[in-house]
Ligand binder design. Sequence first.
Ligand code: NAD
Ligand code: DAU
Length: 350
Amino acid sequence: MKTIIITGGAGFIGSHVVRRFVTNYPDYQIINVDALTYAGNLENLKDIEDQPNYTFERADITDAAAINTIFEKYGVTDVVHLAAESHVDRSITNPLDFVQTNVIGTVILLEAAKKYWKDDYSKHLFYHISTDEVYGSLGTEGFFTETTKYDPHSPYSASKASSDHFVRAYHDTYGIQAIVSNCSNNYGPNHFPEKLIPLLINNILNSKQLPVYGDGKNVRDWLYVIDHARAIDLIFHKGNNGDTYNIGGFNEWTNIDLVRVLCRQMDEKLGREPGTNEKLITFVKDRPGHDARYAIDATKLNKELGWEPSVTFEQGLSETIDWYLNNKAWIERITSGAYADYYETQYDKR
Ligand code: NAD
Ligand code: DAU
């Protein structure tokens, strides 16, 4: 019997993780702890909200009193920590928000784990979800492995690197059982349209320009979000205490090639003439400090725990586009209001 806090469960990846744990483990109590920032949306969990093993607690992870109350009230046995400020561009304009949630918030959760689990740390696990961006940027060759030296460049990746270090420090210093996994770029249903793929899908639907930063040659490794949730499930249950696991799709794309594939798939699905969407591509001012290439070597996860991606990129992308086409109300609600202001400051003067 476990009572697991999943932080950030109303966000993109967190909602897929919550659904998977609630559905696959009816004996576990799953407490979704989320502050519902602009990125949190309970609509993402409509289908499971009435399940008897699911509870939502609106709380900010930087509020130590609220976190302590949740640990006491539920007798929390484990933490799967996803809550974060997650968008690189926002970290460039508001770095302190990222320090607050990603660094301070993580330490507050660790402090609660230290306090409430002290009778026997061996019965509990603190599993921290992190990013490949902590490793910095690659040239044209090579991959990030679990032993690659940290070299973060953006305020976002610096804050995530710091949180990773704190998790390991609590493991080494206090004996808290902890695991960190570092994943590449996710895509799929419920992705907030500030990130490249959902932003493009939304703009194509509205025949708006498709902003490509710089020359579009930056490379990212893309993984379907359901496969990330599968990896998190596996690592939570079978990962080694104190270990790090890299998670990736073995699926590298330059941004411009990815944009073109998406344009072609959407021409077809929307019944537009081939080439129609590509005409919307617009090269815009580059992101400051834009990392050139990320590429994850996920061999350890594959060899030790038998994980591999379950869908090809073309399949995952097609399913993702279909999800947005079938959930226009979701995207319309999200892109009204504050999103319009965000879009204007990020793009209209770019
Ligand atoms: P997201 O921005 O979609 O969701 C973040 C969630 O955290 C939201 O529900 C938000 O309300 C919540 N949150 C933010 N600040 C909070 C606070 N102070 N207290 C409580 N809740 C708070 O993020 P995502 O893309 O789903 O990423 C989830 C995690 O996975 C993050 O830790 C991120 O660093 C990591 N990650 C993301 C990717 C990716 O491609 N999106 C890849 C690797 C790792
Ligand atoms: O690598 C994992 C990381 O992937 C996660 O840790 C982050 O939380 C997640 O946001 C993501 O970061 P990126 O910066 O790689 O994702 P984003 O979707 O913002 O950008 C992907 C690439 O596309 C990047 O090279 C910048 C570029 N881009 C992005 C946007 C939003 C554009 O060219 N145009 C855009 O409008």
